[in-house]
Design a protein around this ligand. Structure first.
Ligand SMILES: CC(C)(COP(=O)(O)OP(=O)(O)OC[C@H]1O[C@@H](n2cnc3c(N)ncnc32)[C@H](O)[C@@H]1OP(=O)(O)O)[C@@H](O)C(=O)NCCC(=O)NCCS
Length: 169
């Protein structure tokens, strides 16, 4: 299987925040944003693997700034690393100023997707070759984050988490 670059999976979703998408403070409701991020990550994972994909884990989400009603929200997702059947996807969320068009980053997340066949069985995927400095940084940290996610899910013994242990040695 031929390796791909992160840019091959780049997915950009731009949409409005309407009143029905908000919380009591008239800001974008967190669950609505998570759903939009999940959708963008799902498309990025599908573009990388050319397979059916399912969310295995939401590894990290930071709601750094609120997103007011009326905002134009742009969600950018890209596969940062591919393992055997699973992929880490980084997702960045931006809003833009109406007059200047200047973008502000409001949120970011890290998701894990798994490529599966029609019966839901995990299948092998293409590897990834990072190109930019940021892509290389995200690629390098991905195994550490995978091990942490597996430990939190009760699927890995902490004693086997070589990458995490290396942080403290
Ligand atoms: C995700 C799923 C396919 C994994 O199946 P499984 O039988 O546990 O398969 P495996 O143990 O071989 O795991 C498959 C891959 O996922 C990774 N994985 C599984 N759980 C993970 C987690 N919590 N965090 C990070 N990676 C995880 C494994 O490490 C493995 O990676 P690799 O093959 O790249 O090394 C299965 O649990 C599932 O179908 N879950 C439901 C998915 C779903 O409904 N999502 C929401 C709607 S899309």
């Amino acid at each position: 299987m031929e390796a791909k670059n992160p840019k091959d999976s780049l997915t950009v979703l731009t949409d409005l925040v309407l009143p029905g998408d908000t919380n009591y403070l008239d800001n974008l409701f967190g669950g609505e944003l998570l759903a939009r991020m999940d959708r963008a990550c799902s498309i990025a994972a599908r573009r990388h693997s050319s397979r059916i994909v399912v969310t295995a884990s939401v590894n990290h989400v930071a709601f750094n700034k609120s997103t007011p009603v009326g905002s134009v929200v742009t969600i950018e997702a890209k596969v940062s690393r591919a393992f055997k059947t699973s992929m880490e996807i980084y997702v960045d969320v931006w809003i833009e100023d109406r007059q200047s068009g200047q973008r502000t980053k409001v949120n970011e997340g890290i998701y894990t997707f798994v490529a599966v066949d029609e019966t839901g069985k995990p299948v092998e995927i293409a590897q990834i070759i990072p190109e930019t400095t940021l892509e290389k940084e995200r690629f390098d940290g991905a195994l550490r984050r995978k091990q942490l996610s597996l430990i939190l899910a009760g699927k890995m013994n902490p004693a086997d988490a070589t990458e995490l242990k290396a942080l403290f040695s």
